[in-house]
Design a protein around this ligand. Structure first.
Ligand code: NAP
Ligand code: ZN
Length: 351
């Protein structure tokens, strides 16, 4: 199927129109028209080749909501017209221990990314949601629960699951004390989801600018990470800290904030850490951990949880041709709190 998208053509050029082929339907595939696509900081990292594994042209976007337009002969769960969603993965081996547990993101053979990856059958480069159509294996589609606003559902597929998964892994519930470092796309979802699970939530931000927002999002307080006195007073006060900062940064100020057996889980920066002092780790039996997205079963659980609790991201809608401006604003942390592209703004054919 011929389709259009917006692609990065090099690490330095702006995203621009791109025409390409989506594969023909396999027996277990779903084809969809993409309605909305969220803009994740990973899209920006990938467009700029920050992680070194990009190819060009590349169509990013892994927070996708669409309408089913065709299904393969073996597809059982979806029919034409259904609203479906796709996140950061489009395939995995489905047979290793992790896949069998529903943790496809941890597939021993590596999951197939929605973009920056290779199709398991043909070896072709994958392309993501900044496009008009998508063809994806049925098992990697999610059902959008009735009643959820479709545009605002899109960011749940990455920002939502990436923060929900560690909250569930570390058993956050009523009485848990959760810190969130960086109030951006992931950070604001971490706040809403942790509040939804009944936790006491503190935002750790670089300045007081977002205090009113943090409280409105449901957080109990905002702590300025550069205020050493306030940070000292907060020592030993957290069971879990979710760190969403997208760049290399100093973890040392956050470790003493953890209580005994507390965990700082990194979901943001990918790459070498700044030199970190092990003293607070050893003396307080504290941990530093990482966490990638979440499995398909858990993603559906998160969507259903959000529908039940009416938890949705705060979004700013943009047209496809505003993506370069959106990337620039995201780099300056000037987004409250997720851009979502209305894909109706992208022509089905290049002029
Ligand atoms: P975002 O919307 O740009 O938010 C990042 C936030 O981090 C900002 O709002 C800002 O919050 C803080 N920040 C930004 N620059 C900073 C700096 N130089 N120093 C300290 N703090 C800074 O980004 P996002 O979409 O939430 O993504 C965050 C990171 O998560 C990205 O690196 C992305 O690639 C990664 N990610 C990982 C996964 C995964 O599976 N683990 C999934 C999705 C995304 P304050 O202004 O409040 O300080
Ligand atoms: Zn993402």
């Amino acid at each position: 199927m011929r389709t259009t998208g917006y692609a990065a053509y090099s690490p330095t050029s702006p995203l621009a129109l791109f025409q390409f082929e989506r594969r023909s339907l396999r027996a277990n595939d779903v084809a969809m028209e993409i309605l909305y696509s969220g803009v994740c900081h990973s899209d920006l990292h990938t467009a700029r080749n920050d992680w070194g594994w990009s190819y060009y042209p590349i169509v990013t976007g892994h927070e996708i909501v669409g309408r089913v337009t065709a299904v393969g002969v073996q597809v059982e769960k979806y029919k034409v017209g259904d609203h479906v969603a796709v996140g950061c993965m489009v395939d995995s081996c489905m047979s290793c221990d992790q896949c069998r547990k529903g943790e496809e993101q941890l597939c021993r053979a590596g999951n197939t990314g929605t973009y920056a990856s290779q199709d398991r059958v043909t070896g072709e480069n994958t392309h993501g949601g900044y496009s008009k159509h998508l063809v994806v294996r049925e098992d990697f589609c999610l059902r959008v629960p009735e009643g959820l606003d479709l545009a605002r559902t899109a960011p749940l597929l990455c920002a939502g699951i990436t923060t929900y998964s560690p909250l569930r892994t570390w058993n956050v519930g009523p009485g848990s004390r959760v810190g969130v470092v960086g109030l951006g796309g992931l950070g604001h979802m971490a706040v809403k989801l942790a509040v939804g699970l009944g936790a006491d939530v503190t935002v750790l931000s670089r300045s007081a600018d977002k205090t009113a927002d943090a409280l409105e999002l449901g957080a109990d307080r905002l702590l300025i990470s550069s205020d050493s006195e306030a940070m000292a007073q907060a020592a030993n006060g957290f069971d879990l800290i979710i760190d969403t900062v997208p760049v290399k940064h100093d973890l040392n100020p956050y470790l003493p904030l953890l209580d005994v057996d507390g965990t700082l889980v990194i979901v943001g920066q990918i790459g070498p850490m700044e030199e970190t002092n092990t003293v607070p780790l050893l003396l307080g039996r504290r941990r530093i951990a990482g966490s990638p997205i979440g499995g398909i079963r858990e993603t559906q659980e998160m969507l259903d949880f959000c529908a039940k609790k009416n938890i949705l991201p705060d979004c700013e809608m943009i047209r496809m041709d505003q993506i370069n401006e959106a990337f620039e604003r995201m780099e300056k942390a000037d987004v409250r709190y997720r851009f979502v592209i209305d894909m109706a703004s992208l022509p089905a054919e290049a002029a």
